[in-house]
Design a protein around this ligand. Structure first.
Ligand code: HEM
Length: 455
């Protein structure tokens, strides 16, 4: 059985991103003009957008793990059949969730708004993934690189926090509001930590392969990032639980850990960039650029995180568009840029024909359009959030009128971001599609110390 499961996950991830962007733009206009497109109200569009965006992150990170282990790390998958099952369960459940949203069948909690019964196949498919992953990496007898630890931790903690996010099904939690809120937001905070582990592991893997420097994945700095991420996964949720009353120092400490984690990630990418030769930068031009963009967004988000963690600012910004800027700034600027880097790394290291090159101009223009639009998008959200947070004038309607121009800028920049990312993902989509569905295009290449060799 051909082992192209990793590519299939990536293909599905790209489709999820394309659709998420479309629903994101519709949501932004719907928020401004509620009478537009009456069949799709904001309460349907938002979960469609957010669930597809979160699926893009998970699908592409999972695709990388399934692709890299057998193709670039020389570890045969423990069970290709289990990986295939994982893929099909994800696909069928995903379609059922989209159908439920479109039909207005909700019943879950924020972020998992679909009927709770659909959580069961997701949970089961992750057990398959966990068993497959650990039985595969256990073949590696020498010291594990940091990304093995990161991927493994991300997988285990996803299972734990996903289960936790459904504790509200038990009356003990559901019937006490403070208890339900505390558990709910705690689990979401940790869930973000679990996907960050998968994504940061992918970033370090790609950096190691481009530079050919295996020492970086065993370095103290990389393990420092892992342990901070682990700590953040377990305790960083404290700054996600605003409505829950608890000691201020706990929240501040959680902020401190999250920011240190971001800082170390930024520093690792920065040092890696400095260590590359011109040949390496050119040979893997697109993944290099995406990681460069992720690095810049790490520092931009770090500045925003510093500002919103100051209690005086937090008072104004909490519950405003500033927080949406923070969420989308990190999920687009950092996670999405790293994952696009991973996809283009796969393509550039195995491409022997001109399939990717002929459309590469489009991806390069898309890169600049996406990043430029994201900056405007991010700033517009910040200004809208600050005006809302500090507004002391008349009615709610007056306040909304004063932020409307910025929300319009946000929505228009959203179109630019969508177009830019579509231009990036379309060539990748076509190429991966041809790799998965055309036998002649299967020609995996292995990267050793920045050089490629046939497998
Ligand atoms: C890679 C692309 C994107 C990702 C990963 C992403 C991710 C997210 C996430 C995680 C949220 C939830 C935020 C929260 O609860 O705080 C969100 C909300 C939202 N996104 Fe996106 N997004 C993307 C692109 C876009 C685009 C292009 C637009 C178009 C303008 C957009 C518009 C929105 C809107 C309107 C909301 C709801 C905000 C609210 O409830 O106030 N997103 N997005």
């Amino acid at each position: 059985m051909a082992n192209d499961t990793g590519l299939r996950f990536m293909l599905l991830g790209l489709l999820a991103l394309a659709a998420s962007l479309f629903f994101g733009v519709l949501s932004a206009f719907k928020f401004l003009y509620p009478e537009f497109l009456e069949a799709l109200p904001f309460h349907k569009l938002r979960p469609l957008h957010v669930s597809l965006a979160v699926s893009w992150i998970f699908l592409t990170a999972i695709g990388g793990v399934y692709y890299y282990l057998p193709n670039l790390l020389g570890l045969a998958l423990f069970s290709i059949r289990a990986a295939r099952w994982h893929f099909w369960i994800f696909l069928v459940t995903g379609l059922a969730i989209l159908g439920a949203y479109l039909l207005g069948q909700f019943g879950g909690r924020e972020y998992w708004e679909f009927p709770p019964v659909l959580a069961l196949p997701i949970f089961l498919s992750w057990i398959l993934f966990a068993v497959n992953y650990f039985n595969t990496v256990i073949q590696r007898r020498s010291a594990w690189p940091v990304y093995f630890w990161m991927w493994g931790t991300g997988i285990v903690f996803f299972l734990l926090t996903f289960a936790e996010s459904y504790l509200w099904l038990f009356p003990y939690f559901r019937e006490n509001m403070a208890r339900e809120l505390a558990v709910q937001w705690k689990s979401y905070g940790s869930l973000v930590g679990s996907w960050n582990m998968l994504v940061y592991g992918t970033a370090i893997f790609v950096m190691e392969k481009i530079s050919g420097n295996e020492a970086m994945a065993h370095s103290k700095m990389a393990f420092g990032l892992f342990f901070l991420g682990l700590f953040n996964l377990m305790f960083g949720w404290a700054h996600h639980t605003y409505p829950v009353p608890f000691a201020e120092w706990v929240r501040n400490f959680a902020y401190f850990v999250s920011m240190t984690e971001l800082f170390i990630l930024g520093k690792i990418i920065w040092d890696w960039r400095g260590s590359l030769s011109d040949y390496q930068k050119h040979r893997f031009r697109r993944p290099y650029r995406f990681l460069f963009a992720a690095d810049i967004w790490v520092f931009i988000n770090l500045v925003l995180a510093l500002i919103i963690s100051v209690p005086a600012f937090n008072l104004f910004t909490h519950g405003t568009h500033v927080i949406v800027a923070h969420t989308m700034g990190t999920t687009i600027g950092i996670n999405t840029m790293i994952l696009l880097g991973s996809i283009y790394f796969v393509l550039e290291q195995r491409d022997t024909d001109s399939a990717l090159q002929t459309v590469s101009g489009m991806a390069d223009h898309g890169y600049w359009l996406a990043n430029g639009s994201l900056l405007i998008f991010f700033l517009a959200l910040l200004v809208a959030g600050l005006i809302k947070g500090t507004y002391s004038g008349g009615s709610f309607g007056d306040m909304m009128a004063s932020i409307e121009p910025f929300l319009l800028i946000f929505a228009v920049a959203g179109i630019g971001l969508m177009m830019g990312l579509w231009m990036v993902l379309l060539p990748a989509l076509r190429r991966i599609y041809s790799l998965v569905f055309s036998v002649t295009a299967r020609n995996p290449m292995r990267v050793e110390n920045g050089q490629k060799t046939n497998l």
